[in-house]
Design a protein around this ligand. Sequence first.
Ligand code: SF4
Length: 440
Amino acid sequence: MIKNVAIIYPNKFKAGISCLAVHILAKHLSKFKDINVSVYFLENYHKIKNFDAIFITLQYENDYFNAIKIVKDLRKTNSNAVFVAGGPCIMENFYPIAEFFDAVIVGEIEDSDVMLKVINREFDTEGVYSKHIDKDVVKRIYPKKLTIDDYPIYQPTSEEGSYGKSFLLELGRGCPRRCRFCLARAIYYPPRFRKLNDLMYLAEEGVKVNKVNKVALIAPSVGDYKYIVELCNFLDDLGVQISPSSLRADTLNEELMKILRQKTLTIAPEAGSERLREFIKKDIKEGDIFNAVDLAKKFEVNKIKLYFMVGIPTETEEDIEKLINLTKKIKKEIKKVEVSINPMIPKPHTDFEIEEFDLTSKKKIKYIEKNLRKEGVKVEYENFNSMICQCVLARGDENLSNYLDVSKNPTNLISALKKDKLLDKYLGKIDKMPWKNIVI
Ligand code: SF4
């Protein structure tokens, strides 16, 4: 009997359509016979009725509020469906949200039949946690190699998506770098890159099948792909525009700049001082940053965007001053400089997992903004409550489910936790890590 299965991205279409995971999940399920798979977003999930299985991919903690509402709504109209969650947030720490689902999948699904098993309610499976069965330790699953078999060549795209109408080409998963704060490095370890020939084939087919003229390169650090220049040359010969998702300052060179023809260059020093960058093992020296600035000047890049974090353990006032001075120095070289600055969230499975969230970050950000604005630098940052909420949900335990059940948004959740004097439990130094039984 045919089973109707939905993949839901629990936010707006324009965010979900550029999420490669959505396309990978749909492609993976379409391989199984008797499965009829379709993709939904916040705008149209109401149409799902009498389905057999509903998968929600959780890419961001703050999507939990939407995800829970979706599950509650759809349980009424899909009484026999199995509800499953997966994605990086589940790998990070599923305990606050697992209660709302029949099962959660911890890991990457390619090269396994884990999705099929949970559709058939076989929850006692490697990589699966379910409230319906007794299991203490859950081990992450992942494919040892990334092949073309599971790759979604057909990708419905949209001008509204964050990469516009482009083919998403995943160069690899996992990162060979060692930044101590980085969740992606931890949960997608070990780094696995695709073969150059595979990527050339996928790009050629993808561009043809989807009738697009842009390829977005997806990887935690695109410049770390060994054959990046060869690949970009190939794409250039194909006549397509190239959009790299992330480039490290120390991987930039003339060859790459020439092919990429970027109008904006993004650099993520993360910390302003050499000392702090060394401490977090960002491995970017001031020389690398100014080498990138020189390249930007030479290749007529008209804007540099800098990403920083504050609230890093051991940070001092001097580090903050150095961040401001570094930005000012760059501004002297390039006319348009923008800074994105947010508090560091001590995420599970990273070196800083038990550290406290720095509540003085907001003051630091405001101070930096005041000093940089007068120099003509635009400073952007996330809503502070939403960052606090992200930290709480990332490091929460099962008790948070009760609060999530009744909170409609981050502000509600934070107020309820404050009222019960629980906020500090999740933001302060952690004694007992709820995620210790998730083996990454
Ligand atoms: S380079 Fe980027 S993706 Fe890699 S470990 Fe550092 S922050 Fe993470």
